[in-house]
Write a protein that binds this ligand. Sequence first.
Ligand code: AMP
Ligand code: ZN
Length: 120
Amino acid sequence: MGSTDTEHRDPDCVFCKIVAGEIPSERVHEDERVIAFADLHPQAPVHVLVVPREHRRDVTELAADPALLAHTVQVAAQVAGARADGDFRLVFNTGESAGQTVFHVHAHVLAGGKLAEGEL
Ligand code: AMP
Ligand code: ZN
């Protein structure tokens, strides 16, 4: 855990703790910029969260780094290709009234079956 980037970390953030390995997760991808792990409460046959390692509140803050936003989308596509047929829905809940509950940006990758409307 010594390699954690403490500069971009929020000590109270559950996803920062998952990035640091302090809370267990079922990781399906990791690289130097993002990790991806299974959602605890899956809403689709494949439901994976792609999470930048750096703490940023939401997708509007992530968009300040277009390369990181693009990488997040590319990893989402890779996950959907590896774990389903490659088709996927990508959801960034942004703000409390839009359903965001964890304020560390994460892309929901939903795949692996016909997806119902209005689930997230
Ligand atoms: P959101 O409501 O868009 O902020 O999404 C937060 C997501 O994180 C929800 O789908 C939760 O099921 C998921 N989640 C919360 N805690 C964990 C955890 N420890 N491991 C995996 N997924 C989690
Ligand atoms: Zn965080």
